[in-house]
Design a protein around this ligand. Structure first.
Ligand code: MTE
Ligand code: HPA
Ligand code: MOS
Length: 748
């Protein structure tokens, strides 16, 4: 089944924030942001801006009626800078004018006096200065100290990982509209409507029941709008409160790139110990996370780095320590994988290092150490593993040895080109690692004409969650999808939502929807039994718009049943709640069962490097992926392809560059390269893992949003393999592996 939005997407008719019809008298905001990364804000002169054509108001920190604070986890993030600036791009003032153009023009007239201080832009320097946002976090399994003493081989090294710009097609933005008695309705491009509601309440001083947040859909979020949509909504809300008018702000691309945080760069140390049979006996890692200037979601991102630091391997002795380092960059934030990919790259680097030194293929070490069911993760959860099955099934279908042979033969005969191959197994835990977030609600109305309207806490951002939710209702009610409409995500219809994140939106909101629909179906079946002459409900089903008894179609149609139920005063609406059972985690011991389940898979990645030019192409990504049982293969394949390409971009070409002053140099699409149609793999082959294991996913259809991104990590190792086949060298584990860096390895 196609994504329900595909028709309107292709015709350009889907509605995003900037397509919402605006009210009369709407004003437009534009932020003036800090030109320096660190300094004392001595004065802000707004007089010239205030005198500009069309300007209604210029807002600075002291004008904010509520609190000047939007930090969710740590209270360290003012909405507008007050006294100090902490990163280039930090909002200082807001111009509100009668048009976007006039607002932007006037913002340029603001003059600030800043006494510059030394910025810190790298994580290790921040750690050395003691600038940690939260205390270090640690996972321990077994005893690494003793274990290293008994290892046949021990290797140590260092990795550097880059950030990544989200580059959602739709930039950040919000539109705030005044409602009766000082209330607000805020349209926001956010993954977290409740997070926006909280932030708006805080900066305006309003109570949550006075603020309605509504989200139609996003033109992509990728984690970048889990927390960082709050600022723009807060700014519009404050401006509405101060002017009494609707206020809109949709950021320009360069404003967005400059002012928002990205995937966290990490600098990490590893130490890996193996026995004579290539079993990994011990692993130590230290992760230095570049959190940027305020906390944002950095601690849970850091935690997920620890949760995934051993990827899909069983290692009996692990010590992993992680540091959340405060620097003068824009606050870094959630990005597909949420710190997991950063942890996985480090263990894969350690394995590649060991393989190189021992003269074996990395795949030998990978395969021998895959998790088995019953093995313990460093955080105490016991694996129900598909690591071995996904590897074996991928190998049976795609023949890894043959792919390696093919590369070797090519390399022996080519003068300037080299092929490289890498295997990339993945294991990703599904659930918010903060247990209370694993809950959702759904509101289902069946109308008297038989049509069904659904609201949930899930935000549609291209990943197809609304399609899956509509499928759930269609299946439970025995209807076709055109009877079902999934409506905007709205905090008045669904309260206290978790953000659409952690790949868990379809599971959580789909299950809540399933419960609501099943409750209504139960009532309808009772009515049907009465209408059909007092039969018992066993064997009565709803399919194909009809009531069936033991598989036999009756004359009773859905629409008549619904109308009759209404006339008999039966409730045709339901608001239901789902909370993932059986999960929990205790940070006091750093042990527990945080995940409902894991998603596994194995990819084989092949590349060809042009060793004269340093350029490369990805020939294929062939994977065996653990869907459970996909409820929508079109949507899920789209997620896999998109995730892989986004992962490849992070590994290879996406280079976030800040200069030594903390100013973003890769601040536009001319200086920041994302994968395009020419750089996608020539082939992406996806083999569904065959398994009959049950899981806690919606209709057994496992979460698919984030895990496939991590197949892309294989591209780094495939390129490294190709480079090493051309010339004796040992490329640093330093991302992204851009063509420039490849060239330096080849001729450096
Ligand atoms: N797919 C599209 N098209 N656009 C997005 O913004 N975000 C990803 C993933 N796939 C994203 C996407 C991220 S970061 C997450 S957490 C999941 O979708 C969230 O949606 P889900 O929980 O419904 O999978
Ligand atoms: N994943 C994504 N987003 C989150 C998480 C998580 O585990 N925890 C809090 N926000
Ligand atoms: Mo996704 S990074 O959990 O929004």
């Amino acid at each position: 089944m196609k994504n329900i939005d595909s028709h309107s997407h292709v015709r350009g008719e889907s509605v995003y924030l900037d397509d919402i019809p605006v009210f009369r008298q709407t004003l437009y905001a534009c932020v003036f942001d800090s030109p320096v990364a660190h300094g004392k804000l001595l004065s802000v002169d707004t007089s010239a801006a205030e005198a500009c054509e069309g300007v209604v108001r210029v807002i600075v920190a002291k004008d904010i009626i509520g609190e000047n604070e939007i930090g969710g986890i740590v209270q360290d993030e003012p909405l507008l800078a007050d006294g100090e600036v902490h990163f280039c791009g930090m909002p200082i003032a807001v111009v509100v004018a009668t048009s976007e153009e006039l607002a932007r023009k006037a913002a340029k007239k603001i003059v600030v006096d800043i006494e510059e201080l030394e910025p810190v832009i790298d994580a290790r320097t921040a750690a050395a200065n003691g600038a940690l946002i939260v205390p270090p976090k640690k996972f321990v399994l077994g005893n690494t100290e003793d274990a290293f003493a008994n290892c046949a081989h021990v290797f140590e090294g260092k990795t550097e990982q880059n950030g990544q710009e989200h580059l959602y097609i739709e930039t950040q933005g919000a539109y705030s509209v005044p409602t009766e008695n000082g209330g607000l309705r805020v349209y926001s491009s956010t993954q977290g409507p409740t997070a926006v509601q909280r932030a708006v309440c805080r900066v305006t001083g309003l109570a949550m029941h006075e603020v309605e947040v509504d989200v139609q859909r996003l033109g992509g979020g990728f984690g970048g709008k889990e927390d960082q949509a709050n600022a723009w909504a807060g700014i519009c809300a404050v401006a509405t409160q101060l002017t009494g008018k609707p206020v809109k702000y949709a950021l320009h691309r360069m404003e967005d790139m400059r002012m928002t945080g990205k995937r966290h760069p990490y600098s990490s140390d590893y130490k890996i110990g193996l026995d004579v049979d290539l079993k990994i006996i011990a692993y130590e890692a230290s992760f230095y996370q570049n959190a940027g200037a305020s906390c944002d979601l950095s601690p849970p991102v850091l935690e997920r780095t620890l949760f995934h630091c051993t990827n899909s391997y069983y290692i009996p002795n692990v010590t992993a320590t992680a540091y959340c380092c405060r620097t003068n960059l824009p606050p870094n934030t959630a990005f597909r994988g949420f710190g997991g990919p950063q942890g996985m790259f480090v263990i894969e680097s350690a394995i590649a290092h060991a393989a190189e030194k021992l003269g074996v293929s990395a795949s030998e070490i990978q395969r021998r150490n895959l998790l088995e069911s019953g093995d313990e993760f460093p955080y105490g959860q016991i694996a129900e593993s598909e690591a071995v099955t996904s590897w074996t099934q991928a190998d049976a279908k795609f023949d890894f040895a043959a792919l390696q042979r093919e590369a070797d033969e090519f390399n022996a005969s080519s003068k300037y080109f080299r092929k490289g191959v890498a295997a990339m197994p993945i294991c990703f835990g599904i659930s918010f690692t903060k247990t209370p977030m694993n809950q959702a609600r759904s509101l289902v109305h069946v109308y008297t004409d038989g049509s069904v309207a659904i609201s949930t806490g899930a935000v549609e951002m291209g990943q197809g969650v609304n399609t899956k939710i509509a499928q759930v209702a269609a299946k439970v009610f025995g209807l076709s999808i055109d009877h079902i409409k999934v409506h905007t995500t709205n905090t008045l219809r669904i309260s206290n939502t978790s953000p659409t994140a952690a790949s868990a939106a379809a599971d959580l909101n789909g299950k809540a929807t399933q419960i609501a629909c099943e409750t209504i179906r139960g009532r309808l079946i009772e009515v049907a039994c009465e209408m059909l002459g007092g039969i018992t409900p066993e064997g009565v089903t709803l399919t194909d718009r009809k009531v069936h008894i033991n598989g036999e179609t009756t004359e009773l149609e859905w629409e008549s049943l619904v109308m009759e139920a209404h006339l008999r005063r039966v409730n045709l609406s339901e608001h239901s709640h789902y909370a993932t059972p059986g999960i929990g985690f205790d940070w006091a011991t750093a042990k527990g069962h945080p995940f409902a389940y894991h998603v596994y898979g194995t990819a084989f990645v092949g590349v060809t490097v042009d060793c004269l030019r340093g350029r490369y192409e990805v020939d294929y990504v062939k994977c065996c992926h653990d869907f459970g049982t996909s409820m929508n293969t079109a949507v899920d394949l789209g997620q896999i392809e998109g995730g892989i390409v986004q992962g490849l971009g992070w590994m290879t070409m996406e280079e976030v560059v800040y200069d030594e002053k903390g100013k973003l140099r890769s601040n536009a699409l001319s200086t920041y390269k994302v994968p395009d149609i020419y750089s996608v793999p020539k082939e992406i082959a996806v083999l569904p893992l065959e398994t009959d294991r049950n899981n806690l996913a919606i209709f057994n259809s496992k979460a698919v949003g984030e895990p496939p991104l991590m197949y892309g990590i294989g591209a780094y190792f495939a390129i490294r393999h190709a480079v090493m086949a051309y010339t004796p060298c040992s490329p640093d584990f330093d991302l992204p592996f851009t063509p420039e860096k490849v060239l330096l390895c080849l001729f450096g």
